[in-house]
Design a binder for this molecule. Sequence first.
Ligand code: SF4
Length: 155
Amino acid sequence: MQKVRKIVASGRALAALVLGISLVKVLVKRAFGVLTGLPLFLQNYGPDRLPPVTPDERSMMPKFSGCFACGRCDIGEAERIRKSRGAYPGVMGFVLASSRSMPDYDAAERALAFVDDAVLAAKEEICPAHVPISALARFVRAKAEEVGQARVRQA
Ligand code: SF4
């Protein structure tokens, strides 16, 4: 009886094989007009208010999550929190909670209206975890705007 030899790919060879097969599948689907890539992402996640992120935004995300809740950035925020009547939870609340759920970024953007950019920049200077608070605020505002524009297009 003849012995059948199986070739088993592993490691980088397996990864290259899987990627190659996936590439061929995507190209065939695109040739037949099937949604793939970013348009497919938007169709799947747009209704959940989840916009895609750019490579630059993605590279910033690990820095956005460096907060360890020391509370230092909340020093002096009591009056702004009080004036907001519940809309603004303070800088730490913004960093640790409001900015963590992209579908709720419209609420996070409303919270940011109670604290100006110079204050956020000053808080960033004293943050022991070096959280880029100003960049996080820009990210939240940009994504809230993208979600708002998508909603207008869908209406
Ligand atoms: S100062 Fe930095 S580490 Fe401390 S609570 Fe604020 S964002 Fe978090």
